[in-house]
Ligand binder design. Structure first.
Ligand code: FRU
Length: 731
């Protein structure tokens, strides 16, 4: 591998030819006009480099080596990776001589950061520069990143590069790639813009196919917002996945701000930044091909868990885990929407941003009716809304462990103010997170359920939401994350109530709670059996009803500027069954208000069963449906039902309902099964026997519309009502 002076056209050629080969490392513009590419390690051997020991293997590695955490960020197909046969091997790799003709040496580096792993620059026998990977502790990342040596003082000198691996323990390896001599630095560089904050929202054009970089928005020299995003460049035509992210900068109106894109050359022309008075602009959002039509999903970006669910003054508040800057998980922020009816949502812009304590993870909300927090200082003002949530430092690159924090609103949820004494529960253990608060009327104090670690949870109590004491632990729930706890009447009998303790994947315990200790009276039971349904949360302050939203985790929305949706809102009740008291899940009654027309169906009986067909004038609108059906099941038979190409099986012998990989229990009562099917553009929710079991699944619809509304493998439908549903957007 000889030093190559890259002539302008060659440099371009090299760049283009690198693109198709970029495997896990992204293709990068890492060789510029005039640069000297000294080594790209794309050959099968090390060429004229001298190899000592066995750490480097027979030649540059094709990315990750056996047993290694996935290596990322290298250029092209191969790199130097001294993990050959694991961390136990050692060795040295020394380059031929090169004349230092440029002021900077840029290189990609990753792996261990111990003294024994080094990338060195030698002049004669003297080591004049050293670089190492970032990792010394267990965990960490195998991602290579740019390093730069300023060698302006060594111009004209002859030098050699040496890659050394003398470490045999954890992180006893080093990864190096793409050694380039250049006129510009590649690490420590930034692309900066200075602007005056003219209006409340800073509009940032997102380019989802552009490399993700860390961005800081600074005011007065302090970092006010920080996120990782792909940014659109000036000449990029937006793809269908691109959008404009809007960041609330209202606290600094009229002031100067700096927009700093890390590790980006100063001459990259990013698309212009603008300002707006609105959290969202006038555009075509909610009209996309795969946009759910009556399920909540964010206008742009990613969501996962529902957060801060609280009802007050006729408004349902819905906060949600939001990445405002891309359609993948990350930059966790609380997005915000409100609705008068749990169905029609107006997005309000993001409500809680990350800060020094970390990105904003899941949490809950309630009305502080008694003003226990003292946040409301106006005796005539409304009761504060209070929110407790986790912040996770490592996602912000600051390394602080997850802590529990408090925010409140004195203007009915429009503005959330972080409590200045945060954190309220400092880090305790593992990834402790997801506090769910409620007001214990009997003890006149707050209780929060908190996920600790493994399969363990705990309850804490507080008079003012600011200082907390642990009450009890709830161990071995059989799942992790996102607890919920509430009391419900059994079969509607207010004099016979039981407590429910709930975990992230829908396992729950029934039990008693005396204000101090939760005592389980059952083993962990299931309220869901798989499918796209996770991290559910119920509303606070909804008198007489327990209403839950769940994240339909794992749904796919190809080419869309948003990602993920919630289930329909559903009411939870406790009902007595032959197996004991069980939690029931059923759509809230409000969902029926979206029913548009009842379809007049034609029944066609054939060899393979029965088809219910819509009139041709209706056929185009059968992708949004609400169905109520009663099927007769004789003996031990199996019946297959299909709606819009989604097939599921009712199995009377096994007493199961099977939909894709999900198998849920099925009760056949008096030889009958009652079904409720809620079909949206990208999801189907099935409820059996009034909610005794339920399955929520996402799908990507086929392009050709199915004309049959419902297909049933046997002629067993006793009653059937099908309504088309209205969209909740753009009305
Ligand atoms: C569950 C979860 C929570 C966490 C949040 C982060 O999906 O992992 O435990 O608070 O998502 O986005």
């Amino acid at each position: 591998m000889r030093a190559k002076q890259i002539a302008p056209t060659m440099a371009l050629l090299l760049l283009c030819s690198a693109l198709p080969f970029a495997t896990s490392g992204s293709a990068r513009a890492d060789v510029r006009e005039g640069d000297v590419l000294f080594a790209d390690f794309e050959g099968e051997t090390y060429g004229d480099w001298t190899v000592e020991g066995d750490a480097f293997g027979p030649g540059p590695a094709k990315g990750t080596l056996p047993g290694q955490v996935s290596v990322d960020g290298y250029s092209g197909e191969r790199l130097v990776n001294s993990y050959y046969n694991g961390d136990g091997t050692t060795g040295k790799l020394t380059s031929p001589e090169i004349e230092l003709t440029k002021p900077y040496v840029n290189f990609l580096i990753g792996g261990g950061g111990h003294p024994g792993v080094r990338f060195e620059l030698l002049v004669g026998d003297q080591v004049v520069r050293i670089a190492r990977g970032p990792n010394v502790n267990p965990g960490g990342s195998e991602k290579l990143d740019w390093g730069t040596w300023d060698v302006s003082d060594l111009q004209g000198k002859k030098a050699r590069f040496r890659i050394v691996d003398e470490e045999t323990g954890g992180w006893g390896h080093i990864n190096v790639d793409q050694i380039v001599l250049g006129d510009k630095k590649k690490s420590g560089i930034a692309n900066e813009r200075e602007l005056t904050i003219e209006k409340r929202y800073l509009c940032v054009p997102i380019g989802q196919d552009r490399p993700r970089r860390w961005v800081r928005v600074e005011v007065d020299g302090l970092v006010r917002r920080e996120f990782e995003a792909g940014l659109r460049e000036e000449n990029d035509a937006p793809t269908s996945r691109d959008f404009v992210a809007r960041i609330d900068m209202g606290d600094w109106l009229g002031q100067k701000m700096k927009f700093v894109v890390e590790k980006a050359d100063e001459d990259i022309a990013f698309a212009p930044l603008t300002f707006s008075d609105d959290a969202y602009g006038e555009d075509d959002a909610y009209n996309e091909k795969y946009r759910p039509q009556f399920h909540f999903c964010p206008r742009y970006g990613w969501t996962n868990d529902p957060n801060g669910l609280v009802y007050h003054d006729g408004i349902y508040e819905l906060f949600f885990q939001h990445n405002p800057f891309g359609t993948q998980w990350g930059n966790m922020t609380w997005g915000h929407a409100t609705s008068p009816d749990l169905l029609h949502w107006t997005e309000k812009g993001d409500a809680i941003y990350a800060d020094r304590l970390g990105t904003v993870f899941s949490g809950s909300g309630a009305v502080d009716v008694a003003n226990s927090t003292g946040f409301q200082t106006d005796p005539n003002g409304p009761a504060p809304l209070v929110f407790m949530f986790t912040q996770n430092g490592p996602n912000m690159r600051y390394g602080e462990q997850a802590s529990q924090n408090l925010a409140y609103s004195l203007d009915g949820g429009k503005t959330l103010i972080k409590y200045e004494g945060n954190p309220t529960i400092p880090w305790m253990i593992g990834g402790n997170r997801d506090p769910k608060i409620f007001w214990d009327k009997n003890k006149e104090r707050w209780v929060t359920a908190l996920y600790l670690d493994g399969e363990d949870y705990a309850l804490f109590a507080s008079k003012d939401l600011k200082s907390w004491d642990q009450l009890c632990k709830i161990e071995k729930l059989g799942c992790s994350e996102c607890p919920d706890i509430f009391e419900l009447p059994v079969d509607g009998d207010e004099s016979n109530k039981q407590w429910v303790f709930w975990g992230g994947n829908g396992k729950y315990l029934l039990g008693t709670f005396d204000g101090e200790t939760f005592v389980r009276t059952t083993e962990p039971l299931d309220a869901k059996w798989g499918g796209n349904d996770y991290a559910a949360q119920t509303y606070s302050d909804t008198p007489g009803r327990r209403i839950q939203f769940s994240w339909m985790s794992g749904g796919e929305y190809p080419g869309m500027p948003f990602n993920q949706q919630f289930t329909v809102p559903r009411e939870l009740t406790l009902r007595t069954t032959p197996e004991g008291v069980r939690l029931n899940t059923y759509p809230v009654v409000e969902l029926e208000t979206l029913r548009d027309r009842e379809l007049d169906l034609t029944k066609k009986v054939g060899d393979s069963g029965v088809e219910y067909l819509a009139k041709s004038s209706d056929a185009s609108s059968v992708d949004l449906l609400d169905v109520e059906a009663t099927l007769k099941i004789e003996g031990d038979e199996t019946i297959v039902v299909a709606i819009r190409g989604q097939e599921f099986e009712l199995n009377a012998k096994e007493k199961t309902i099977k939909y894709a990989e999900v198998v849920a229990p099925l009760a056949v009562v008096d030889s009958k099964v009652a079904l409720r099917l809620v079909l949206d553009r990208t999801s189907l929710e099935i409820f059996t026997n009034g909610g005794l079991s339920q399955i929520a699944k996402c799908f990507v619809p086929a392009d050709d519309n199915e004309s049959a509304v419902l297909e049933v493998s046997k002629d067993r439908v006793e009653s059937l009502k099908v309504w088309t549903m209205k969209s909740v957007w753009n009305q």
